[in-house]
Ligand binder design. Structure first.
Ligand code: FAD
Length: 269
């Protein structure tokens, strides 16, 4: 059983500030952290490895500093880490990011099979939740999104049954392997890393792939391969404070109806 987990180093969004001049995130203002959803994706792969054996690889696209996130993954129980890092990857939107990551995964698959690809539900900086499905489409494998429980993994039949979160409940879905899963944080609780893993993580050096390691279509990556762009980022305008209606039910209903009527009249005028 070979699980591959896509992991992203993200700015800590609780600390990040906006650049008021450019309306973009001031990434230098915040420390970087391991995308929390990806930690749960890795934890699930670790649990599967404990049950079925096999190995776990992790892959990240990012600047050289993203090595840190890979070291953290080794500490948490991954066996191998790959970093896709090249100047030509800079400026990639979600379409281009999924192209680059799929290219990296295909490169690993030239040498070994991958049974399951794990992603977080979303990255806490971009928040689009598009990269996982983008990778699955490019690899032409089924995608199971918003997964909060793996009910059964049958390696003889090569199938997995999962619960995916939907409004007011969950949906049970069966898929053939290989497939790609994006996980909710509720899928598991993170466990502590044993000391030998911590030492291995601290010493680990990821395998780095750059553009020359692939037969890449340059028009599909970086700024050139990114059909979307961020025009403006801004915090939503603060709403005026609400008003608490007080009194008997009859009085409150009358007040509410008057308010609604007032609103409707205002809207119409
Ligand atoms: C319109 C638009 C324009 C952008 N322009 C730029 C730009 O010019 N420059 C720039 O630096 N960034 C840019 N970004 C940000 C960049 O595209 C995203 O950081 C990246 O595409 C990942 O998208 P996301 O953060 O929404 O990830 P999501 O889709 O929310 O992530 C889902 C999961 O995919 C996996 N994943 C996502 N990204 C990576 C990664 N890099 N490595 C490994 N796994 C990953 C993780 O498992 C993650 O949990 C742009 C984003 C958008 C939406």
């Amino acid at each position: 059983m070979h699980s591959l987990v896509c992991v992203k180093q993200v700015p800590d969004t609780t600390e990040i500030k906006m650049d008021p001049k450019t309306n973009t995130l001031d990434r230098s203002s915040a420390p970087t952290i391991f995308n929390p959803y990806d930690a749960h994706a890795l934890e699930e792969a670790v649990r599967i490895k404990k049950k079925f054996g096999g190995k776990i690889s992790v892959i990240s696209m990012g600047p050289p500093q993203a090595q840190e996130v890979i070291k953290k993954c080794i500490e948490m129980g991954a066996d191998e880490g790959y970093l896709l890092s090249d100047r030509s990857f800079a400026g990639s939107d979600t379409l281009a990011t999924s192209y680059i990551l799929a290219m990296g995964i295909k490169k690993i698959m030239e040498k070994e099979t991958i049974d399951m690809v794990f992603c977080g539900k979303q990255a806490i900086d971009g928040d689009t939740a598009q990269v996982g499905p983008g990778i699955a489409s490019r690899l032409r494998i089924p995608q199971l999104t918003y997964v909060e429980h793996i009910q059964n993994l049958d390696l003889k039949e090569n199938v997995v049954i999962i619960h995916r979160k939907i409004d007011n409940g969950y949906e049970v879905v069966q898929s053939k392997l290989p497939c790609l899963i994006t996980v909710e944080k509720s899928i598991n609780e993170l466990s502590f890393s044993p000391l030998p893993n911590m030492i291995r993580g601290a010493r680990y050096k990821a395998k780095i792939f750059g553009i020359n390691d692939f037969h890449a279509d340059l028009s599909q990556l970086g700024l050139k391969g990114s059909p979307t762009s961020v025009r403006r980022i801004f915090p939503p305008a603060q709403r005026a404070g609400g008003k608490l209606l007080q009194g008997s039910t009859d009085e409150v209903v009358k007040m509410l109806v008057d308010k609604l009527k007032g609103g409707i009249i205002k809207c119409q005028s």
